[in-house]
Design a protein around this ligand. Structure first.
Ligand code: UDP
Ligand code: LCN
Length: 809
């Protein structure tokens, strides 16, 4: 067994409550029985963390002696309880991604630890009521982890590249000569379209490289710092150096100095800085297949929201960064970024039917659209929801590859997948082309929908989670690196499960059982948070940049007569501050919930008006069932609670210029932004509102809990406790009316928070460094993971393909 694996096993067993709990159950039978008898009395087969917390609070009130016991501590750690009349199984999450499972027999009061597989099997039996299939498929990635480097500290999760640099650099270069040799080989393999870069064949060994560096540096030091590379090239080439070291003498000296430092004694910082300069990334393919991907009206469909906004901003930022880095290294090549999406012939006046569309604000980036085809090769003419696209992706991957190669004239240097469909296509393409794969989830649906795995069959026709979660598992494990927007996306918090963490173990009865699906301690995870376009979402105080010509339109939108089919409600008291929310109108966004809290909070209604931009006011204008349900619900609330004088509902899509100015106009009215989602993976609107200077109240479930520091740069609200959320908002506005500086304090803190953490500049810089560093480590170590790929190929072929084929196209 490898040393690293042993370390991990030891790590797993420390800090466990299980032995103490088992002893407690044996010794304190009465107290234990009371607790579990009460839980069974709830007559629910599954209790979640919040249910257990409520139950514990109740039990501790009745039985104060329970509070300080190990049983209470175990229940606090409990993420899930599965109950039958005689057995209770507990899933304990001792800390981030460290799980243990215990079972207890209520009659014998005997407790034992159980394996994850046993726990999942029990869950399956409880959910289905059927017998266990002893030969059911079990997915277990853990044997592949054995020789891999893994983080050990939860504080390091999401900082994979730093860890690799530290851990691997010392190891590689300690093994005398080996690391140097591999670095040399790595530097010799760079070229672009026939042009050799960095090193040519003159340098054949490490001693030769050191010599050449010393020889080059002597005359270079005598040159003026600004001497252009072209003047230096005639001296450098015979020594073995090709373009890529720098645009002028100062930069070349500096890059060569970094390499000499690495050869002498590598430090993680020097390695990162040096690798970050190597010209390796000239073209990037970004995949977002499910389509309706355009540059205006991007939210024309209920399921294309922030992802499109994110990708367009990302493309602009990446192109700028690639161009700047290549120029600094003295390489005169135009970088290329291509976003690949679906071509939709029935495009309803959008550009979704155009094969190529240049991306505004870039020099060379474009959208490449490739149609979905069925088995006979016929093009699918109309839009379909992201939940139904699975039968088309394999063919799409092949067609997109052909089109991409034709477009670029070569394979790309990096493939970035987006969302479950894009990440799967990225896996298929990267494998065929031998290119590094980066994944971005945006939103993993599994944690959004309660029991979406356990009761997958109930939702199969509507959501096809069988395909989606299988695709997620495959893509997560094939990716070379994964970018997340927050820490909680990977590993959650002390109390709540991370989105990736939820793929560690789960079961889809009758399909397969996952005992180890992904490891959040894998260094492939890196947090690189997006930002908000600073040209659009800037502070309301920057008056000279404000789009004053839009103010009349915005005034009309907020206060004007309602326009049939576009808006509902007319605000009676224009002097009240405005509470604003904007989101797609799906159930999880919980806009209906917000209207409901507001409706039931008379003091809040007296104090502020509510302005909501979401969906359509006319249900017939929506092509989506879930959206129509929400539209009906908001109308129902407005009718029942007589909200028309206090709520303005705009069923329009604001283009981004209008949206940016809209946030700022709300700030002019000393208003606030609310994001009430039941769960929000990241939440671009939160960052946008804060950038414009709006005090923001956002859900405590998901990304916003990390974006906002509660009580400092905004507030967290619990969407399951609307009354408390309404009270918190009221308290804020009360405080503002007593002290106007209160609003200012939160406005300023919100803007500062975004500037410090959420900018596209920082994003692009990190992303470009990461892709180079991973490329290097993949080359010099065995990060390629051939065994894992083979296992996943089988999973793909034997499971995902038939599942996808079974969907009616
Ligand atoms: N948005 C917009 N106009 C609208 C509604 C939303 O431009 O009328 C934008 C909003 O500014 C944000 C994106 O849509 O950039 C929504 O992203 P978010 O991450 O908040 O949620 P998602 O829709 O991706 O779940
Ligand atoms: C999808 C979501 O649901 C949002 O939470 C994110 O902000 C968006 O994608 C961009 O990543």
């Amino acid at each position: 067994m490898s040393e690293i694996f042993l370390e991990q096993r030891q790590e797993q067993s420390t800090g466990s409550l299980v032995p103490e709990l088992i002893a407690f159950v044996r010794e304190q039978r009465n107290l234990t029985h009371r607790v579990f008898h009460w839980l069974i009395g709830l007559q629910r087969p599954f209790l979640l963390h919040s249910d257990v917390a409520d139950a514990l609070a109740h039990l501790c009130r009745d039985d104060p002696e329970l509070g300080p016991t190990v049983l209470a501590r175990a229940l606090e750690q409990c993420q899930e309880v599965t109950l039958t009349p005689s057995w209770i199984y507990l899933a304990l999450r001792r800390r981030v991604a460290r799980w243990e499972f215990v079972r207890l027999h209520i009659e014998t009061m005997d407790a034992q630890p159980v394996s994850v597989a046993e726990y999942l099997a029990f869950k399956e039996r409880t959910a289905t009521g059927g017998p266990e299939d002893p030969w059911g498929l079990e997915i277990d990635m853990s044997p592949f982890y054995r020789d891999q480097f893994k983080l050990r500290e939860e504080g390091s999760i999401g900082r994979g590249v730093e860890f690799l640099n530290r851990r691997l650099s010392s190891r590689l270069f300690e093994e005398l000569g080996k690391g140097d040799r591999r670095l040399l080989n790595f530097l010799r393999m760079h070229s672009h379209r026939g042009q050799v870069l960095m090193l040519n064949d003159t340098i054949t060994d490490v001693a030769g490289l050191r010599n050449a560096l010393r020889q080059a540096l002597l005359p270079l030091r005598r040159r003026a710092a600004s001497t252009p590379y072209e003047e230096l090239a005639p001296d450098l080439r015979p020594l073995g150096f090709e373009p890529g070291w720098g645009c002028d003498a100062a930069r070349v000296r500096n890059t060569m100095g970094l390499l000499l430092d690495i050869l002498e004694a590598p430090s993680p910082q020097t390695i990162e800085e040096f690798l970050g300069r190597i010209p390796m990334i000239f073209s990037i393919a970004i995949l977002s297949p499910h389509g309706w991907f355009g540059q205006s009206n991007v939210l024309g469909r209920p399921d294309t929201g922030g992802q499109v906004v994110y990708i367009l901003d990302q493309v602009r930022a990446l192109e700028r960064e690639m161009r700047a880095r290549l120029a600094e290294q003295g390489i005169d090549i135009d970088p290329e970024v291509i976003v690949i999406t679906r071509l939709i012939p029935e495009s309803e006046g959008t550009t979704s039917d155009q094969r190529i569309e240049p991306i505004a604000g870039t020099q060379n980036a474009r959208i490449l659209r490739v149609p979905f085809r069925n088995e006979n090769g016929d093009i699918l003419p109309h839009w379909i929801s992201r939940f139904h696209i699975w039968p088309y992706l394999e063919r799409f991957a092949l067609d997109a590859e052909t089109e991409l190669l034709a477009e670029l004239g070569d394979r790309p240097d990096l493939i970035i997948g987006n969302y479950s469909d894009g990440n799967l296509v990225a896996s298929l393409m990267s494998r065929r082309l031998g290119v590094s794969q980066c994944n971005i989830a945006h939103a993993l649906e599994k944690t959004k929908y309660l029991f979406s795995d356990l009761y997958w069959r109930d939702n199969e026709d509507r959501y096809h989670f069988s395909c989606q979660f299988t695709a997620d598992l495959i893509a997560m494990n094939t990716a070379d690196f994964i970018i997340t927007s927050t820490y909680q996306e990977i590993a959650g918090t002390d109390e709540s499960l991370g989105q990736y963490e939820s793929y560690m173990n789960f079961t889809m009865p009758g399909l397969y059982r996952v005992v180890a699906g992904v490891d959040v301690y894998d260094p492939k995870f890196n947090i690189v948070s997006p930002g908000a376009d600073e040209e659009i979402y800037f502070p309301f105080t920057e008056t000279e940049r404000r789009l004053a010509h839009l103010h009349g339109e915005i005034e009309q939108l907020i206060f004007g007569e309602p326009v049939p089919g576009q808006s509902r409600g007319q605000l009676q008291d224009r002097d009240k501050p405005l509470l604003f929310s904007m989101a797609r109108l799906d159930r999880i966004k919980n806009i209906g919930g917000l209207v409901d809290w507001y409706a039931r909070a008379p003091e809040l209604r007296n104090r502020v008006n509510l302005v909501v931009v979401a969906g359509h006011v006319d249900g017939n204008a929506s092509g989506d069932d879930e959206e129509r349900e929400q539209i009906d619900y908001i109308h129902y609330l407005m009718n029942t609670h007589g909200l028309d004088g206090q709520v303005r509902w705009l069923g329009v899509h604001l283009d981004k210029f209008l949206a940016g100015e809209f946030y700022r106009c709300i700030a002019d009215h000393q208003g606030a932004f609310v994001q009430p989602a039941l769960f929000e993976a990241f939440g671009l609107t939160v960052v946008e509102a804060m950038s414009c200077g709006l005090p923001t109240f956002a859900t405590c479930y998901g990304g916003p809990s990390e974006i906002i520091e509660h009580g400092l740069s905004g507030f967290h609200i619990d969407p399951n406790h609307g009354d408390q959320a309404a009270a918190l908002i009221l308290e804020f506005f009360d405080a503002c009316s007593q002290n106007p500086a209160h609003w200012q304090t939160f406005s300023t803190a919100a803007m500062a928070r975004v500037q410090e953490r959420y900018t596209w500049r920082r994003y692009a810089e990190r992303m470009m460094t990461l892709s180079r560093v991973y490329g290097f480590w993949k080359y010099v170590t065995d990060l390629e993971r051939a065994e894992t790929s083979r296992y996943l190929e089988m999973f793909y072929t034997l499971k995902l393909r038939p599942l996808a084929k079974a969907i009616q196209g």
